[in-house]
Design a protein around this ligand. Structure first.
Ligand code: PLP
Length: 400
């Protein structure tokens, strides 16, 4: 349609939202659903955080803040980086935005010229390619292998970077695979990045606090401090503190980039919500108990799901080290038939038939750049997970 901008011609509604729409349709027609498609913790925001927000409202902290964020929250973010990541930033190197998503949006919009490439490691978070396209860039997808834990190798990285690459996005722990890069793996990647001095790194650490089995996050700046000046760290309170709806994310990088991002933000949302910023400050500086509690619940759920799904040998599953997703491969199911005679020709058919026949909602892997797979979010209670995994296993076993 002439009315819409060309910028949108290649961009769609995120796949997770379109599954959500089908789920809502089913619910409206009175049918049962077990939703394993959404990317947000099912826990409530901790009470101390809500109380801080109410206090902020009562104290009249309801006005615009500085466009790059309220000073006290920026200080809390700086302290967080010092204590948890051993990284030192000053206030002009930090920005507060309306979610990690806006941090990424600001960064790409502020730096990409028509034709610049953004190297994105597949399977990837659905929004990276679309934000790249909206910003006028070209997504350069780097495929990974199940055998390599869905992590990019040094060789594959080197093959895919060029003088056209503006950014490389590293997302560890990863949505959708749960892959977490080790220090050694990051060191190998940084040796490639040192050859390509034109490449900036966007390190998306939004799932930082969801890493299992006593591991903790290592990022590219920690292993290669010389990359600090061309790395933007993206993080936020959405996943760690069950605050998805509060819309607070933050970024840390060199002051020229942050200042350009601030300009973009000041001309779009002006600033993040003042009340949410007060709540986020409490999240970062108050009790951190919810992080430990939620992480151990997620780890139990991950183990439960892995065990239940192992009742079928037709799925190939990698044990995720972090986040709250699982990405089984369904290559063995392609070409099989449902009882109703529908041939499973793709992950989309698999997901649609699974939803129609069992009410279990998951997302097709092709939305994340990996055909013949699907993503399960285990951000739901154990009863739902047990029931859903039994339904998935029975559905798979019923295929002929
Ligand atoms: N990065 C990844 C990998 C995500 O999965 C998400 C949300 O799903 C975000 C960033 C953005 O989160 P928010 O905008 O809520 O901070």
């Amino acid at each position: 349609m002439d009315f819409l901008s060309l910028r949108l011609s290649n961009v769609g509604l995120s796949a997770t939202s379109s599954v959500q729409n089908k789920v809502i349709e089913r619910l409206n027609s009175g049918k049962k659903i077990i939703g394993l498609s959404v990317g947000e913790p099912d826990f409530d925001t901790p009470k101390n955080i809500k109380t801080a927000a109410i206090k902020a409202i009562n104290e009249g902290k309801t006005k615009y803040t500085a466009s790059d964020g309220n000073q006290r929250l920026k200080e809390a973010v700086i302290k967080k980086f010092q204590l948890e990541n051993d990284l030192c930033y000053s206030t002009n190197e930090v920005i507060i935005s309306s979610g990690g998503k806006q941090v990424i949006f600001n960064a790409l919009l502020a730096t990409i010229n028509e034709g610049d490439e953004v190297a994105i490691i597949a399977p990837y978070w659905v929004s990276y390619p679309d934000i790249t396209k909206i910003s006028g860039g070209i997504p350069k997808i780097i495929q990974t292998k199940f055998e390599n834990g869905f992590k990019v190798t040094k060789e594959d990285l080197e093959k895919n970077l060029s003088y056209k690459t503006k950014w490389l996005i590293i997302n560890s722990p990863s949505n959708p695979t749960g892959a977490v890069y080790s220090k050694e793996e990051l060191l190998k990647l940084s040796s490639v990045l040192k050859k390509f001095t034109n490449v900036n790194v966007l390190s998306d650490e939004i799932y930082e606090h969801l890493i299992y089995e006593k591991y903790t996050l290592t990022n590219i700046v920690q292993v290669s401090p010389e990359l600090k000046n061309r790395t933007l760290i993206v993080n936020g309170v959405s996943k760690a503190y069950a605050m998805t709806g509060w819309r607070i994310g933050y970024g840390a990088g060199n002051s020229t980039l942050i200042s350009a991002m601030k300009t973009i933000q000041s001309q779009s949302t002006s600033s993040a919500c003042s009340v949410s910023q007060e709540a986020a400050r409490e999240a970062l500086t108050g009790s951190q108990n919810c992080i430990y509690k939620n992480k151990s619940i997620f780890e139990q759920r991950r183990n439960l799901l892995l065990e239940s799904l192992s009742k079928t040998n037709k799925l190939k599953i990698l044990k995720p080290s972090g986040a709250f997703y699982l990405m089984p491969l369904i290559t063995d199911l392609i070409g099989r038939k449902t009882k109703e005679g529908v041939i499973i020709s793709s992950d989309t058919t698999f997901v649609t038939e699974l939803l129609n026949q069992t009410g279990v909602a998951v997302v097709p892997g092709s939305a994340f750049g990996l055909d013949f797979s699907f993503r399960i979010s285990y951000a739901t209670n154990e009863t739902n997970l047990r029931e859903a995994s039994d339904l998935i296993v029975n559905f798979i076993n019923s295929l002929s």
